[in-house]
Design a protein around this ligand. Structure first.
Ligand code: OAD
Length: 235
């Protein structure tokens, strides 16, 4: 355990929301065990069957609407308030970091509560569950899509750039609840490590990043992260 000094970056994945009841993607009960990504989370799938894709997103939105932030989300919001140079990067689309009080969140994969018009490009928030109309339509008549990143699509460039910069200059990088299998997010901790940051992994199991980690906090994020942060605060 060392005193935290200098820029801190936290990268989160689905595991940080697991204890809130949001399903992860991989693992025994992961979404990708039951559904094929290419049927649901690609631009081709949406072009082929927007109703099917929207029904799946509507189901996920309903599940997430019943979930509350857990102690891991809350401690990350506390860290933001306590540390002068702190960046939270997430692959999650559930909005639970913001619900826990995190103010600045770099959302690499978008947000499930936003919709985007495939015709006029307008982006708006829509938190209704279930959606009254599937597929939902824009005021311009165009088809709306979830404002999330699908397989084969680029990440939002400005968000990604900020994430790269933060990763490249940080002294501490915490990687919480991600399988670190999806690019480019999985490269952020590698860049941080290469540039000399101390890498801390919080996960219930090993990932490809584990061999690079300077410290591994093994266990559910909602338990180990608050304990770790309390210990840091005592240093
Ligand atoms: P995954 O489902 O791939 O991985 C979840 C990770 O969380 C695994 O490494 C688990 O071991 C870990 N985990 C599970 N429960 C945990 C807990 N309570 N505490 C700590 N760790 C826990 O999710 P991601 O890595 O986020 O992309 O997946 C990355 C991307 O793949 C997602 O953003 C999504 C998906 O396809 C898109 O939709 C574009």
């Amino acid at each position: 355990m060392r005193k935290m000094e200098g820029p801190v970056v936290v990268l989160t994945g689905a595991g940080v929301s697991a204890e809130s009841g949001v399903p992860t993607f991989r693992g025994p009960e992961g979404l990708w065990r039951t559904f094929r990504p290419e049927d649901l989370a690609t631009p081709e799938a949406f072009a082929r069957d927007p109703v099917l894709v929207w029904e799946w997103y509507d189901w996920r939105r309903q599940r997430i609407a019943n979930c509350r932030p857990n102690p891991a989300h809350r401690v990350l919001a506390e860290m933001e308030a306590a540390l002068p140079d702190f960046t939270l990067i997430t692959q999650n689309v559930d909005g639970l970091h913001q619900a826990a009080g995190s103010r600045r969140v770099l959302e690499l994969h978008g947000n499930i509560w936003r919709v985007r018009c495939t015709r006029c490009g307008r982006v708006g928030e829509d938190r209704r569950v279930p959606l009254p109309e599937i597929p939902p339509r824009c005021a311009c008549g165009g088809l709306l899509r979830p404002d999330v990143v699908w397989f084969g699509e680029p990440l939002p460039p400005a968000v990604l750039e900020e994430a790269w910069e933060a990763a490249a200059r940080c002294r501490w990088m915490l990687v919480v609840g991600t399988s670190a299998l999806v690019q480019p997010a999985a490269s952020l901790p590698v860049v941080a490590h290469r540039n000399g940051a101390r890498l801390i992994e919080v996960n219930v199991s090993d990932t490809p990043l584990t061999p690079l980690a300077d410290e591994v906090l093994r266990g559910p994020a909602g338990e180990v992260l608050p304990r770790w942060w309390a210990a840091c605060a005592r240093l």
